[in-house]
Design a protein. Structure first.
Length: 284
């Protein structure tokens, strides 16, 4: 499959070689009777050779510079495309989390009764308004980036240090989530990015499908890979799931499979469990 990458096809030296062979063959057919004529023929041959070699060298250098410029432009465009795809994936996470939080807060507040019900509904409306504003602002920013003709501005990639913030976002959605991280030593940047994507997707699904429940996130090393395990206790009585588009797990599975890892998502007891085995070969 053609990726559009520029290719280096130097032809100047082939032309030069053809010309030199032609000159050499021509010299074999030219007879000279005098020493002076011999030197003249040799001089002409040397001059032609130097001219052809010089032309080939200059031509090759020019072509090389053009190729390097084309390659740099291709690499920049490729990087922009990759970043735009990453932003598109972030859009899914952003909308999924924002709408999931709004859904959970609204559903929980509606079900509150008793003297604390009115206060909970006021608090829920405040959370819904804040989350809606934040999600709309971030969504508008990302869409502006995707629409801009230039390179997409890069942002720092997620790392393991971002996991507490991801878990806290789930706690803000009334999911009682805990985080356990074993000693991992050095983890490659690509593996860290995927780890965060797994935890975020798993907790977003918990918010949507199980609502205000408990969840446990565990991250530990298993030889040449990092294992992420997220399990929840399932929805409480009376909770109605709020499913999304259903593409999050499929995209996550494709992402991990492309790295040579595995992703297992399955019901367990009353809840749900997601386990990802993410290779960390860059560390070796």
């Amino acid at each position: 499959m053609d990726s559009g990458r520029p290719r280096w096809r130097p032809r100047a030296w082939l032309v030069a070689l053809f010309v030199l062979i032609t000159v050499a063959l021509a010299l074999t057919t030219v007879g000279v009777a005098r020493p002076v004529a011999t030197w003249v023929v040799l001089g002409v041959a040397v001059a032609i050779t130097i001219s052809v070699v010089g032309w080939a060298f200059t031509r090759t250098r020019t072509q090389r510079e053009r190729y390097e410029n084309d390659l740099a432009e291709w690499a920049a465009e490729r990087a922009t495309q990759i970043e735009r795809l990453r932003i598109a994936a972030d859009l899914h996470d952003l909308v999924s989390h924002g709408l999931g939080l709004i859904t959970v807060r609204a559903a929980a507040a509606r079900g509150m009764t008793g003297p604390d019900g009115e206060a909970e509904r006021v608090s829920a409306l405040a959370d819904v308004e804040r989350t809606s504003r934040e999600t709309t602002t971030e969504l508008r920013r990302m869409l502006n980036v995707l629409r801009s003709p230039g390179a997409a501005p890069l942002r720092p990639a997620d790392t393991i240090d971002d996991l507490p913030a991801i878990v806290k976002a789930a706690n803000d959605a009334r999911v009682t989530a805990s985080l356990e991280i074993d000693e991992l030593d050095d983890v490659s940047p690509g593996a860290q990015l995927t780890i965060c994507a797994v935890v975020r997707e798993a907790l977003n699904n918990t918010v949507r499908h199980a609502g205000p429940t408990s969840a446990r996130v565990s991250v530990h090393r298993n030889r040449e890979s990092v294992v992420v395990d997220v399990r929840d206790a399932g929805p409480r009585s009376g909770w109605r799931p709020q499913p999304g588009a259903g593409h999050g797990l499929d995209g996550l599975r494709q992402r991990i499979t492309a790295l040579g890892g595995t992703l297992h998502a399955r019901p367990e007891g009353n809840g749900f469990r997601l386990t990802a085995d993410i290779p960390d070969r860059d560390r070796l």
